[in-house]
Design a binder for this molecule. Structure first.
Ligand SMILES: Cc1ncc(COP(=O)(O)O)c(C=O)c1O
Length: 386
């Protein structure tokens, strides 16, 4: 019998049937009016999700491609940027920038700790001649299950009257966690299709402020595929400079319709509640969260591996017996943590299944727990919420 797979890695995420069906529509002419209508609908929907009036470009790429596009369109060889480094994905931006000859001042934080405005304050305050051209950080560091407070960083830049661009990687948070591009004044926001947007991998989105467009004119790093000017020119007619992934755009339009039907703020609330349930259920089993308290992500929970249980064994039983797929630790965290993604298409009842499988697997591997503890905790919290 075909069994439903619970794909609980922190992206790609489970794809709703409606979206899967939309992906199988016939391909249309990507230089015709039907295609233009499709992309216009996608851009309008994306603007609601980014909460912006700024321009949005769509690239056929993974999130990393869009990160690279940000670097080559915003900076020149020899520029300096300030970049968070507290996980694999924040560090990736720093590595991309350095590979193009951009100097990076890293804000190094232990993995699992958040980047706070106080970590940047002195560096920015001392930058009297505004050598720092950009401040780059992720809203959600997927490696460690941490959410950074982007609003406080943008407030800091305004308070210090620092002209650096604020560039935010919202790959594992957009359409899940509250994000206010215009209200917060974020200059460049990057996201991708395979997480909150509930789509297969393959599309990335970049939201560009007026200030960032002005910077694009000064930035001299080499680019062709990623050139925002070329993409903007074609986007005037809702086209792309190259053959677009039409099927994914059908999927995107369907995803944006689903998001609009539920309502963005309700989606934020759902992620917050499901994140809370996941954390509380895991804690009720005596497990320890990896993320700094107060900054735990509502899209991915990182948990320390209990002693005497190997991640490999744990993930194998979960997959083979229950068809629940979880993520492991990356880099230095390999074998030390496991990660449960709870983003995109995820609803209350699924949390019982996922946590039930986690509990049972731990029990079978010899972890000391009382069966039924996590589901009891989930039920209590649901009842309390009413
Ligand atoms: C926060 C964040 N940034 C960037 C990326 C890289 O995206 P991609 O794997 O689509 O290139 C990821 C991937 O998980 C991510 O979580």
């Amino acid at each position: 019998m075909e069994r439903r797979q619970y794909l609980q890695i922190p992206g790609p995420t489970n794809i709703p049937d409606r979206i899967l069906r939309s992906l199988s529509k016939p391909i249309i002419n990507h230089r015709g009016s039907e295609f233009e209508d499709l992309v216009r609908g996608c851009i309008d929907g994306l603007k609601s999700v980014f909460r912006t009036k700024n321009d949005i470009l769509i690239f056929p790429s993974s999130g990393s491609g869009a990160l690279e596009s940000a670097v080559v369109n915003m900076f020149s060889h020899g520029d300096t940027i300030l970049a968070a480094s507290h996980g694999l994905f924040s560090e990736r931006v720093a590595i991309i920038a350095e590979s193009y000859g951009v100097s990076v001042i890293r804000i190094n934080k232990e993995w699992g700790k958040a980047i706070k405005d106080e970590d940047l304050r002195e560096i920015l305050r001392n930058d009297k001649y505004h050598k720092i051209k950009g401040v780059c950080l992720p809203q959600n560091e997927t490696t460690s299950g941490i959410t950074n407070d982007i609003e406080s960083i943008s407030t800091l830049l305004k308070e210090l009257n620092h002209p650096a661009l604020l560039i935010v990687d919202a790959v594992s948070s957009l359409a899940c966690l509250p994000f206010e591009t215009d209200k917060w004044g974020v200059d460049l926001v990057i996201s991708a299709s395979q997480k909150g947007f509930m789509l297969p991998p393959g599309l990335s989105f970049v939201c560009i402020s007026e200030k960032a467009w002005a910077r694009r004119e000064e930035a001299s790093l080499p680019k062709w595929y990623w050139d925002y000017n070329a993409a903007k020119e074609k986007m005037k007619n809702y086209q792309m400079p190259y053959t677009p992934p039409t099927s994914l755009l059908y999927g995107l339009k369907e995803a944006l319709d689903i998001i609009e039907e539920e309502g963005l703020t309700k989606i934020w609330d759902r992620h917050n509640f499901i994140g809370t349930l996941t954390r509380e259920a895991l804690k009720s089993l005596g497990l320890e969260l990896f993320a700094e308290e107060g900054y735990e992500s509502d899209t991915v929970t990182a948990i320390k591996m209990p002693e005497n249980i190997k991640y490999q064994d744990f993930a194998k039983v979960l997959k083979d017996k229950f068809n629940v797929v979880i993520g492991g630790g990356l880099g230095d965290l390999q074998g030390k943590i496991f990660r449960i993604g709870h983003l995109g298409s995820i609803h209350l009842m699924e949390i019982y299944s996922i946590l039930g499988a986690v509990e049972l697997t731990l029990y079978q591997l010899g972890y000391d727990l009382k069966l039924g503890t996590s589901s009891r905790r989930i039920s209590e919290l649901i009842l309390r919420k009413g």
